[in-house]
Design a protein. Structure first.
Length: 763
């Protein structure tokens, strides 16, 4: 009996030893890491919710450089202990040592800080560090209760991610026909990933995961499914040589509520050090632009002229149409040599050449308009000028006619600045008929100089009013391992593009004026600091597009976008596409008109309202579509007037876009929380001659409630435009303006003297 008791006691002691874990705990959460270094518990104390299920995994991993992919370094946990600073774990793998300190953030009780230090004790470079990696994640009581929000280009909101994160190509998902390449477990930052955070929530609880590295070094956000549970993680593209070390700071949050709590956490952190661009007044106040494309050269087939424009009709029928749609701004894609995406940006000879476009720009300026073309700074041109099919007569003709003084992307020189992958190759992001377009290392001064040279030429020689830098916020930004480029880490594209964005407005040799407008594809916290607006079509690159994520998180940023009606779209997708003008109005997005006739005419009817109130509407901070309460069928959002930049109001105020989708548009109440003492409320119904009508309101206990009048059934849109057969609703938009002081008629200011041929702004 004694022997049996002793054996039982020993077994119990061993079990207790094996079950040891270090814990970190406060009033919001409890976190545990066992003696094997595995994260075994994430517990929300406020909602009594366990996030981690299963045995847990190590929350850190490191990778050594190897071809064709980085090689994981096997780690073991040498020590897990509780200290005054939190939990300290030490890992080693022969080639690497990692010290991970997990601590509570005293100023943010929901937040856990993950301080990861890696030291290289091997011969091969360490090129990636992942931290934290969290497995077995489920928030709600059932997997289908969960929703994953991540910043895929311009926002993505995935319901039941254990099922919907990856789908089969050809399936109809969220109204879209699912493409195989939408299965993106890894979002590259800052290309596909517009920000460095994600949030998983369900049942009133949420899990936030983010980088808090203020250098904004490039990396990635991982999301995978394993056994019906999610695995989320973050990675940094680092570069640690033998006997060297690196350190990165990450954060997780165990919070209540939904994704907006995660957005609030990230916004507070980002606002502590990120800057805000100064947007030219004309660009801020324009309602949108007329968008046209001509030569489209994407793909392996021989490029063909696509019906679009030539430089002769830019100044005539194209600008006439822009004016008729309520905007004096034209956007041009495909005007460059050999067309869309090619990195030689001289205006193409077949469209009229540089003299014709210079004449068109001058003519548009005389009529008070502006032109903003497109260029793509991501790509070079492999083997240029001896490219694939260089014997093509059309190519040879245009090549011979090039201006001799322009900078050309000669591959023999620029090849040394291409971004180098693990396997020693360049990332040929696109392959066209006339050759590969390799991704360049944007951290190299030489390639930055190429982009800046052409951008300045666009501003000064051609007289353009801005450019679109395409794909900055939407391409698969990876890394570069070429040490000769001089960057400190392989995730250098982020620092490179930041430098590029700074230099365009400050470089003594290449800088352009403050009035030159630069917008970019996608949406990004990095580029949003310097460039004036982000833009892309929300449904083009993924299912579950959710632009609200970006707009809410960075409410001061200006964004543009639309839902495009694509082949195979089903009901939900068709509704999003049909209602994109209303969605853009509610979200304060700028729209590119002209690609869809009905969409263009719909925006035409809304533009008088936007132009009437442009000095208020575009000088606001976006607070969200859920910030207002309204009856079912009445869609609203809240915009708070920014008195620090608004030139028309010297007092506080709000703008509330409203889209009434009800069958019976009776009198209704709209309310929201506001801390500005409102004295006047004016209701502007969209139409040919919108006028402000005073409406009754109350302001009590920090809540403002406004009574909107009955709508007699009229809409700014005709019935065909207002009615969507897929949702069987009729749309009627309007804009509510509330101000701290009574508004007086706007003062129209004209310059004292206007020079012939020079553009000027009427304010």
């Amino acid at each position: 009996m004694l022997i049996k008791t002793f054996i039982a006691a020993a077994a119990l002691a061993l079990a207790c030893a094996a079950a040891f874990s270090a814990t970190l705990e406060n009033g919001c959460f409890r976190l545990a890491i066992d003696d094997a270094g595995r994260l075994t518990e994430l517990y929300n104390k406020k909602t009594a919710t366990q996030y981690c299920h299963g045995k847990g995994e190590m929350p850190v991993a490191v990778f050594a450089m190897e071809s064709p992919a980085p090689r994981p370094i096997p780690l073991v946990c040498d020590k897990t202990e509780e200290t005054e600073n939190g939990i300290v774990c030490e890992y080693s793998g022969g080639e690497a040592k990692v010290t991970l300190t997990v601590s509570e953030d005293k100023s943010r009780p929901e937040i856990v800080l993950w301080d990861a230090k890696v030291r290289n004790e091997g011969a091969q470079r360490i090129t990636e560090i992942q931290c934290p990696r969290v497995s077995g994640l489920r928030i709600g009581s059932r997997a289908y209760d969960d929703t994953l929000v991540r910043p895929n280009r311009y926002g993505e909101k995935i319901p039941y991610p254990a099922k919907n994160l990856f789908r089969k190509p050809g399936e109809t998902v969220n109204g879209n026909r699912y493409e195989g390449w939408w299965n993106s477990p890894r979002l590259e930052y800052a290309g596909q990933a517009g920000m460095f955070w994600m949030d998983l929530y369900g049942g009133g609880s949420g899990f936030y995961i983010a980088s808090e590295d203020k250098t904004l070094t490039g990396g990635y956000l991982d999301a995978n499914v394993n056994g019906g549970f999610l695995e989320l993680g973050l990675g940094k593209y680092t570069d640690v040589k033998q006997n060297g070390s690196a350190r990165y700071l990450f954060a997780t949050g165990i919070h209540t509520g939904d994704w907006r709590r995660g957005a609030d956490i990230y916004r507070e952190w980002a606002n502590s050090f990120m800057r805000e661009p100064k947007v030219p007044a004309w660009a801020r106040e324009m309602p949108g632009w007329l968008w046209h494309s001509s030569i489209w050269s994407m793909g392996p087939d021989k490029p063909k002229m696509k019906a679009g424009f030539d430089f002769g009709n830019v100044k005539s029928d194209m600008f006439d149409r822009a004016v008729s749609l309520g905007t004096g701004v034209i956007g041009l894609a495909g005007l460059e040599f050999m067309g869309h995406d090619y990195p030689l940006w001289e205006p193409d000879l077949l469209l009229g050449g540089d003299k014709a476009i210079i004449d068109a720009v001058k003519n548009v300026h005389r009529r008070g308009g502006r032109i903003v073309p497109y260029i793509n700074p991501i790509y070079a041109w492999e083997n240029y000028p001896g490219v694939a099919h260089c014997d093509d007569l059309q190519y040879r003709f245009r090549l011979k006619a090039l201006n001799k003084d322009v900078l050309q992307p000669d591959w023999e020189y620029y090849r040394q600045f291409a971004a180098l992958r693990y396997d020693g190759t360049w990332n040929n992001v696109e392959t066209h008929y006339h050759g590969n377009l390799p991704q360049m290392c944007l951290a190299t001064k030489e390639w930055q100089d190429y982009v800046l040279w052409w951008t300045k030429r666009y501003a000064e020689y051609y007289g353009f009013d801005g450019v679109q830098w395409d794909q900055l916020g939407a391409y698969q930004n990876t890394y570069c391992l070429d040490e000769s480029h001089g960057h400190s880490v392989s995730g250098c594209a982020t620092e490179g593009i930041s430098e590029l964005c700074k230099r365009i407005f400050s470089d003594p040799e290449y800088g352009v004026g403050d009035d030159f407008y630069i917008w970019y594809e996608g949406a990004s916290d990095i580029y949003g600091q310097y460039l004036h607006a982000g833009h892309s079509g929300f449904d083009l690159w993924m299912a579950y597009g959710f632009p609200e994520l970006i707009q809410y998180t960075f409410g001061k940023d200006l964004l543009g976008g639309e839902y495009n009606l694509m082949d195979g779209m089903q009901r939900e997708g068709r509704v999003r596409a049909f209602r994109c003008v209303e969605s853009s109005f509610l979200g304060r997005y700028k729209l590119g008109t002209g690609q869809n006739e009905e969409k263009a005419l719909k925006l035409q009817k809304l533009t008088p309202l936007l132009n009437l109130l442009k000095g208020i509407y575009w000088y606001t901070e976006y607070k969200g579509r859920d910030a207002c309460s309204a009856p079912e069928g009445v869609e609203t959002s809240l915009l708070e007037v920014r008195r620090d930049i608004c030139p028309y109001l010297d007092c506080g105020g709000y703008a509330v876009p409203v889209c009434d989708m009800r069958k019976n548009k009776t009198e209704c109440e709209v309310s929201f929380e506001g801390d500005i003492p409102v004295t006047e409320a004016l209701w502007f119904r969209a139409g040919a001659n919108p006028r402000g009508v005073p409406v009754p309101f109350t302001a009590e206990n920090g809540r403002i409630t406004v009574t909107l009048p009955e709508n007699d059934g009229q809409s700014a849109f005709d019935f065909r435009q207002a009615y969507c057969k897929d949702d069987k609703k009729v749309s009627s938009p309007g804009l509510l303006i509330l101000t701290e002081k009574k508004t007086s008629p706007l003062l129209i200011e004209l310059p004292l003297r206007a020079e012939r041929g020079k553009s000027f702004t009427v304010r």
